[in-house]
Design a protein around this ligand. Sequence first.
Ligand code: 1GP
Length: 253
Amino acid sequence: MQRKKILPVLHKYRAEGRKAFAVLLDPDKVELEHFPAFLHACVQNHVDLFFVGGSLITTYATDEIIAAIHQHTDLPAVLFPGNSLHVEASADAILLLSLISGRNPEFLIGQHVIAAPILKKSKLEILPTGYMLVESGRATTVSYISNTTPIPRDKPSVAACTALAGEMLGLQLIYMDAGSGAHLPITPEMIAAVRQTVDLPIIVGGGINTPQKAQTALQAGADVIVIGNGIEQNPSLLPAIGALMAQFKTIEA
Ligand code: 1GP
């Protein structure tokens, strides 16, 4: 994916039956010394875009990470913010996340009001995203920080109705997230239920740490898979997922 508007590219991919691979970069975990080599490996292994951020950031090296992405790749850097402090204008786009699985007004609209004038001044592509947190077998940082209850993992219809409401409200993407480092990824049944209910591109992440789990999510209807922890803990996962993505691109493009 060249540096161009992201939403039209995701729609084009979806129309062509292609899938996208996003690597989540947690600014607290990126080692800048080894980062260029990692970025080159991402380019070689069919990564389409980077998500940068998380619900809690302590190092504030996001600008350096984005600069390195732009220096070493042509891939877009998309902010995955935890709150309005996490806006970084040098990125290409921002997932403007409304936490529609929760009932905390601060993450449905509050932080957005604070960020809106800053975003308006920036050149960031705004990606209005219905963010749905799904129970994953243990408490996650995002659930704790956002003070919201995830959707029970065995309730696909709750997820489907939540995504449908998000689509009706005009959101442009759905992000189904089990949370970073989730023990259990989102079930294919839940992904399929959302896929059958909305036309929007669907991003799926949280706990995808094997090619099989990635394939399951993609075959259930994910348009974009997001992997963070899995690659941090097991570098050989990157080429394994790259090989999987190559299959999807070759077979279905
Ligand atoms: C978390 O979806 C992302 O918000 C990625 O999760 O770190 O578990 O891959 P992992």
